[in-house]
Design a protein around this ligand. Structure first.
Ligand code: GLP
Length: 260
Protein backbone atom coordinates (compact mmCIF):
# COMPACT_ATOMS: atom_id res chain seq x y z
CA UNK A 1 0.00 0.00 0.00
CA UNK A 2 1.44 3.32 -1.06
CA UNK A 3 0.47 6.41 0.94
CA UNK A 4 0.64 9.84 -0.71
CA UNK A 5 0.00 12.93 1.42
CA UNK A 6 -0.86 16.04 -0.60
CA UNK A 7 -0.93 19.62 0.66
CA UNK A 8 -4.56 20.16 -0.38
CA UNK A 9 -7.66 18.71 -1.99
CA UNK A 10 -6.68 19.77 -5.52
CA UNK A 11 -3.39 17.93 -5.13
CA UNK A 12 -5.34 14.82 -4.15
CA UNK A 13 -7.44 15.15 -7.33
CA UNK A 14 -4.40 15.67 -9.57
CA UNK A 15 -2.48 12.75 -8.09
CA UNK A 16 -5.48 10.42 -8.45
CA UNK A 17 -6.01 11.65 -12.04
CA UNK A 18 -2.36 10.87 -12.87
CA UNK A 19 -3.00 7.26 -11.95
CA UNK A 20 -6.16 7.10 -14.09
CA UNK A 21 -4.42 8.81 -16.99
CA UNK A 22 -1.55 6.38 -16.92
CA UNK A 23 -3.94 3.41 -16.99
CA UNK A 24 -5.87 4.84 -19.96
CA UNK A 25 -2.67 5.72 -21.84
CA UNK A 26 -1.49 2.13 -21.51
CA UNK A 27 -4.93 0.71 -22.32
CA UNK A 28 -7.32 3.07 -24.15
CA UNK A 29 -10.18 0.58 -23.67
CA UNK A 30 -9.61 0.44 -19.91
CA UNK A 31 -12.37 -0.54 -17.50
CA UNK A 32 -12.80 2.01 -14.72
CA UNK A 33 -14.42 1.55 -11.32
CA UNK A 34 -16.30 4.65 -10.17
CA UNK A 35 -17.32 5.74 -6.69
CA UNK A 36 -19.78 8.35 -5.43
CA UNK A 37 -19.67 10.68 -2.42
CA UNK A 38 -17.59 13.84 -2.08
CA UNK A 39 -14.16 12.19 -2.00
CA UNK A 40 -13.76 11.41 -5.73
CA UNK A 41 -15.07 14.81 -6.89
CA UNK A 42 -11.58 16.41 -7.18
CA UNK A 43 -10.60 13.44 -9.38
CA UNK A 44 -13.64 13.87 -11.63
CA UNK A 45 -12.99 17.63 -11.87
CA UNK A 46 -9.43 16.97 -12.98
CA UNK A 47 -10.43 14.23 -15.43
CA UNK A 48 -12.95 16.61 -16.98
CA UNK A 49 -10.24 19.26 -17.33
CA UNK A 50 -7.81 16.82 -18.98
CA UNK A 51 -10.55 15.51 -21.27
CA UNK A 52 -11.50 19.04 -22.39
CA UNK A 53 -7.86 19.87 -23.08
CA UNK A 54 -7.57 16.78 -25.26
CA UNK A 55 -4.97 15.32 -22.92
CA UNK A 56 -7.07 12.27 -22.19
CA UNK A 57 -9.87 10.47 -24.05
CA UNK A 58 -12.49 8.15 -22.60
CA UNK A 59 -13.95 7.18 -25.98
CA UNK A 60 -13.06 3.50 -25.63
CA UNK A 61 -13.37 3.33 -21.86
CA UNK A 62 -16.09 1.46 -20.00
CA UNK A 63 -16.98 1.95 -16.35
CA UNK A 64 -18.79 0.29 -13.45
CA UNK A 65 -19.95 2.00 -10.31
CA UNK A 66 -19.69 0.44 -6.88
CA UNK A 67 -23.11 0.61 -5.36
CA UNK A 68 -26.68 1.91 -5.44
CA UNK A 69 -29.53 2.72 -3.09
CA UNK A 70 -32.50 0.37 -3.19
CA UNK A 71 -35.95 1.73 -3.87
CA UNK A 72 -35.23 5.37 -4.78
CA UNK A 73 -37.38 6.49 -7.74
CA UNK A 74 -35.32 6.19 -10.94
CA UNK A 75 -35.53 9.96 -11.53
CA UNK A 76 -34.34 10.85 -7.99
CA UNK A 77 -31.23 13.09 -8.21
CA UNK A 78 -29.43 11.09 -5.50
CA UNK A 79 -29.57 7.66 -7.11
CA UNK A 80 -25.92 6.77 -7.64
CA UNK A 81 -26.73 6.22 -11.30
CA UNK A 82 -27.75 9.89 -11.50
CA UNK A 83 -24.76 11.05 -9.40
CA UNK A 84 -22.26 9.17 -11.61
CA UNK A 85 -23.98 10.59 -14.67
CA UNK A 86 -23.82 14.14 -13.30
CA UNK A 87 -20.31 14.04 -11.83
CA UNK A 88 -18.50 11.93 -14.42
CA UNK A 89 -20.27 10.54 -17.49
CA UNK A 90 -21.64 13.82 -18.84
CA UNK A 91 -18.36 15.66 -18.21
CA UNK A 92 -16.00 13.51 -20.27
CA UNK A 93 -16.18 11.93 -23.73
CA UNK A 94 -17.19 8.45 -22.51
CA UNK A 95 -20.04 6.56 -24.22
CA UNK A 96 -22.86 6.59 -21.60
CA UNK A 97 -23.92 3.12 -22.80
CA UNK A 98 -20.63 1.81 -21.46
CA UNK A 99 -21.28 2.96 -17.88
CA UNK A 100 -23.16 0.58 -15.62
CA UNK A 101 -24.02 0.33 -11.93
CA UNK A 102 -26.10 -2.16 -9.98
CA UNK A 103 -29.83 -1.45 -10.45
CA UNK A 104 -31.49 -0.80 -7.09
CA UNK A 105 -34.94 -1.12 -8.63
CA UNK A 106 -34.41 -4.51 -10.27
CA UNK A 107 -37.37 -6.85 -9.66
CA UNK A 108 -35.01 -9.54 -8.32
CA UNK A 109 -31.96 -8.09 -6.58
CA UNK A 110 -30.17 -11.44 -6.28
CA UNK A 111 -30.35 -11.90 -10.04
CA UNK A 112 -29.27 -8.28 -10.52
CA UNK A 113 -26.25 -8.82 -8.25
CA UNK A 114 -25.20 -11.93 -10.20
CA UNK A 115 -25.73 -10.15 -13.57
CA UNK A 116 -23.67 -7.19 -12.39
CA UNK A 117 -20.79 -9.43 -11.29
CA UNK A 118 -20.95 -11.22 -14.65
CA UNK A 119 -20.88 -7.92 -16.54
CA UNK A 120 -17.65 -6.93 -14.76
CA UNK A 121 -16.08 -10.30 -15.53
CA UNK A 122 -17.22 -10.16 -19.18
CA UNK A 123 -15.63 -6.72 -19.51
CA UNK A 124 -12.33 -8.29 -18.43
CA UNK A 125 -12.35 -6.97 -14.84
CA UNK A 126 -11.70 -3.50 -13.49
CA UNK A 127 -8.35 -1.92 -14.36
CA UNK A 128 -8.48 0.97 -11.91
CA UNK A 129 -11.02 1.47 -9.13
CA UNK A 130 -11.48 4.72 -7.22
CA UNK A 131 -12.68 4.41 -3.63
CA UNK A 132 -13.66 6.74 -0.82
CA UNK A 133 -14.03 5.55 2.74
CA UNK A 134 -16.92 5.95 5.17
CA UNK A 135 -16.21 7.41 8.62
CA UNK A 136 -16.62 3.87 10.01
CA UNK A 137 -14.15 2.39 7.51
CA UNK A 138 -16.68 1.11 4.98
CA UNK A 139 -15.76 0.85 1.29
CA UNK A 140 -18.54 0.80 -1.29
CA UNK A 141 -21.43 0.18 1.09
CA UNK A 142 -19.72 -2.70 2.89
CA UNK A 143 -20.46 -1.81 6.48
CA UNK A 144 -18.38 -3.10 9.42
CA UNK A 145 -18.97 -6.82 9.85
CA UNK A 146 -19.13 -7.43 6.08
CA UNK A 147 -17.40 -10.59 4.92
CA UNK A 148 -13.98 -9.69 3.59
CA UNK A 149 -14.67 -12.15 0.73
CA UNK A 150 -18.18 -10.89 -0.08
CA UNK A 151 -19.59 -10.43 -3.58
CA UNK A 152 -22.21 -7.97 -4.87
CA UNK A 153 -25.30 -8.21 -2.67
CA UNK A 154 -27.89 -6.30 -0.65
CA UNK A 155 -26.74 -4.63 2.59
CA UNK A 156 -28.50 -2.70 5.35
CA UNK A 157 -27.00 0.69 6.20
CA UNK A 158 -25.98 1.58 9.73
CA UNK A 159 -27.83 4.58 11.21
CA UNK A 160 -24.49 6.47 11.27
CA UNK A 161 -23.99 5.98 7.51
CA UNK A 162 -27.55 7.16 6.86
CA UNK A 163 -26.82 10.25 8.98
CA UNK A 164 -23.51 10.87 7.13
CA UNK A 165 -25.28 10.65 3.77
CA UNK A 166 -28.30 12.71 4.87
CA UNK A 167 -26.54 15.87 3.68
CA UNK A 168 -27.31 14.85 0.10
CA UNK A 169 -31.04 14.51 0.82
CA UNK A 170 -33.49 17.26 1.79
CA UNK A 171 -35.07 15.12 4.50
CA UNK A 172 -32.74 12.72 6.40
CA UNK A 173 -35.63 10.25 6.59
CA UNK A 174 -35.45 9.94 2.81
CA UNK A 175 -32.04 8.18 2.94
CA UNK A 176 -32.81 4.56 2.02
CA UNK A 177 -32.11 1.80 4.55
CA UNK A 178 -30.97 -0.72 1.95
CA UNK A 179 -28.38 -0.73 -0.80
CA UNK A 180 -26.85 -3.07 -3.35
CA UNK A 181 -23.05 -2.95 -3.35
CA UNK A 182 -20.04 -4.62 -4.87
CA UNK A 183 -18.66 -6.96 -2.22
CA UNK A 184 -15.24 -6.60 -0.67
CA UNK A 185 -14.08 -9.66 -2.63
CA UNK A 186 -15.33 -7.97 -5.82
CA UNK A 187 -13.50 -4.72 -5.05
CA UNK A 188 -10.30 -6.61 -4.23
CA UNK A 189 -10.21 -8.03 -7.77
CA UNK A 190 -9.61 -4.59 -9.30
CA UNK A 191 -6.07 -4.53 -10.72
CA UNK A 192 -5.35 -1.15 -9.22
CA UNK A 193 -7.13 0.69 -6.41
CA UNK A 194 -6.92 4.44 -5.79
CA UNK A 195 -8.46 5.40 -2.45
CA UNK A 196 -9.02 9.10 -1.80
CA UNK A 197 -9.81 10.76 1.53
CA UNK A 198 -9.82 14.37 2.62
CA UNK A 199 -10.73 16.22 5.79
CA UNK A 200 -10.26 15.64 9.48
CA UNK A 201 -13.49 13.64 9.77
CA UNK A 202 -11.72 10.84 7.84
CA UNK A 203 -8.53 10.80 9.95
CA UNK A 204 -9.63 8.00 12.32
CA UNK A 205 -10.93 5.77 9.54
CA UNK A 206 -7.71 6.28 7.55
CA UNK A 207 -5.50 5.47 10.55
CA UNK A 208 -7.42 2.23 11.10
CA UNK A 209 -7.50 1.37 7.39
CA UNK A 210 -3.79 1.95 6.79
CA UNK A 211 -2.17 1.08 10.10
CA UNK A 212 -4.74 -0.91 12.09
CA UNK A 213 -5.29 -4.65 12.14
CA UNK A 214 -7.03 -6.23 9.14
CA UNK A 215 -10.54 -6.72 10.39
CA UNK A 216 -14.13 -6.83 9.16
CA UNK A 217 -14.74 -4.12 11.78
CA UNK A 218 -12.86 -1.76 9.44
CA UNK A 219 -13.69 -3.16 5.98
CA UNK A 220 -11.20 -0.87 4.19
CA UNK A 221 -8.33 -2.43 6.18
CA UNK A 222 -8.52 -5.42 3.80
CA UNK A 223 -6.77 -3.19 1.24
CA UNK A 224 -3.55 -3.93 3.13
CA UNK A 225 -3.74 -7.28 1.33
CA UNK A 226 -4.11 -5.70 -2.13
CA UNK A 227 -0.85 -5.60 -4.06
CA UNK A 228 -1.51 -2.40 -6.05
CA UNK A 229 -3.30 0.16 -3.90
CA UNK A 230 -2.48 3.82 -3.44
CA UNK A 231 -4.09 5.87 -0.66
CA UNK A 232 -4.12 9.59 -1.53
CA UNK A 233 -4.80 11.97 1.35
CA UNK A 234 -4.77 15.61 2.28
CA UNK A 235 -2.93 16.67 5.45
CA UNK A 236 -6.09 16.53 7.60
CA UNK A 237 -7.06 13.00 6.60
CA UNK A 238 -3.44 11.92 7.20
CA UNK A 239 -3.21 13.65 10.60
CA UNK A 240 -3.57 10.47 12.69
CA UNK A 241 -1.11 8.27 10.79
CA UNK A 242 1.76 7.13 13.02
CA UNK A 243 4.15 6.82 10.06
CA UNK A 244 3.09 10.00 8.22
CA UNK A 245 6.65 11.36 8.12
CA UNK A 246 7.93 8.12 6.65
CA UNK A 247 5.24 8.18 3.90
CA UNK A 248 6.17 11.79 3.06
CA UNK A 249 9.88 10.96 2.99
CA UNK A 250 9.30 7.91 0.78
CA UNK A 251 7.21 9.85 -1.73
CA UNK A 252 9.52 12.88 -1.85
CA UNK A 253 12.51 10.63 -2.51
CA UNK A 254 10.81 8.37 -4.98
CA UNK A 255 13.07 7.64 -7.94
CA UNK A 256 11.70 8.80 -11.30
CA UNK A 257 11.59 5.22 -12.59
CA UNK A 258 9.31 4.16 -9.74
CA UNK A 259 6.12 5.90 -10.83
CA UNK A 260 2.89 6.20 -8.90
C1 GLP B 1 -20.96 6.38 0.68
C2 GLP B 1 -20.50 5.63 -0.54
C3 GLP B 1 -19.01 5.31 -0.47
C4 GLP B 1 -18.24 6.55 -0.07
C5 GLP B 1 -18.71 7.03 1.29
C6 GLP B 1 -17.95 8.25 1.78
O1 GLP B 1 -21.26 5.55 1.73
N1 GLP B 1 -21.22 4.41 -0.75
O2 GLP B 1 -18.57 4.81 -1.72
O3 GLP B 1 -16.87 6.27 -0.03
O4 GLP B 1 -20.08 7.37 1.16
O5 GLP B 1 -18.49 9.40 1.17
P1 GLP B 1 -17.78 10.80 1.15
O6 GLP B 1 -16.68 10.69 0.16
O7 GLP B 1 -18.84 11.75 0.70
O8 GLP B 1 -17.29 11.08 2.51
Amino acid sequence: MEIVICPDVNGVGRTAADSFERTIQRKPAAVLGLATGSSPLPLYNELERRSRHGQLSFREVRAFSLDEYIGLPAEHPETYREVVNREFTTRVDIDPAGVRGPNGNAPDLEIEAADFERAITDAGGIDVQVLGVGSNGHIGFNEPGSSLGSRTRVKTLLPKTRRDNARFFGDPNDVPHHVITQGIGTIMEARRIVLMATGEQKADAIARLVEGPISAMCPGSVLQLHSNTVVILDESAASKLALADYYRYTYENKPAWQRL
